[in-house]
Design a protein around this ligand. Sequence first.
Ligand code: HSE
Length: 303
Amino acid sequence: MKKRKRISIKIPGSTSNLGAGFDTLGMAVNLFLNLEAAASDKLQIEVSGEGENEIPANANNLIYRSYRQYFRFVKEKIVPIKLSVKNEIPLKRGLGSSGAAIVGGIILAREMAKKKVSDEELLNIAASVEGHADNVTPSMLGGLTACCMFKNRVIAGKIKFPKNIKLVAVMPDLNISTKKAREILPKQINFKDAVFNVQRVSLFINSLYTSDFKNMKYYLCDKLHQDYRKKFIPGFDSALKKGLEAGAIGIYLSGSGPTIMAFCRDRESIVAKAVTDVLNRKNISCKTVHLKPYTKPTLSNIS
Ligand code: HSE
């Protein structure tokens, strides 16, 4: 009997928005979705790790739905798979778990299908499943990325991130789905708020290139989403303030939240404790994770 090819892929989660870069900036981090798959007679999914009791082990699974989307795109009959999912990315915490799932499903599909689209097209398909590209882009390309959509295409670039910035994520024990966190955003924004973000995101990128971090706390600010979403996170403003006072060089709502991400030169644990203390006083328990940017492209993580 012919042995069936096994495919392994490791996809990073991400922190997106990074202050003023709403729906534009995203950075891959070292929390991974690990997939192993082989062609099978019927769909079989096993899930372990983060969200193992929540992630569907059937055709509703987001990895599988994305996989199926690729086959639709190339107009081929879907190849049934046996899929093992080992997940390290917390769900609904603003750390890119759905972006990683979509990227994983689509890469896997290209490996299994006869028709292989280009790497660019792969990213376009991923963005069409997610609806916005700022999580799927870093999960696909690695590193800090900026992206926009032009018609149905993702246009993306990588930005160098300084090695001496450390990341600490405080994850409040609150479930906020991206859907709910997008529904709360206004349909229109004030002109001044748009200018506020354009100024800050430009200065943020400049600070990364010049390694001048003294004003970073002013750049990792935002008027497009955080003020609306903080309603879901009691104590949010105070938590950010205490994190900065404890030594963070900048602090922001990761993705659609509720994770609060701090950039630090040092004192990461002190910063995390200051943020956690505020939330604990609001009876919200938190988990701290020390993270690193992950720079390798995911297409080099296939074996
Ligand atoms: N840019 C997205 C948002 C990231 O803030 O809604 C979450 O998917």
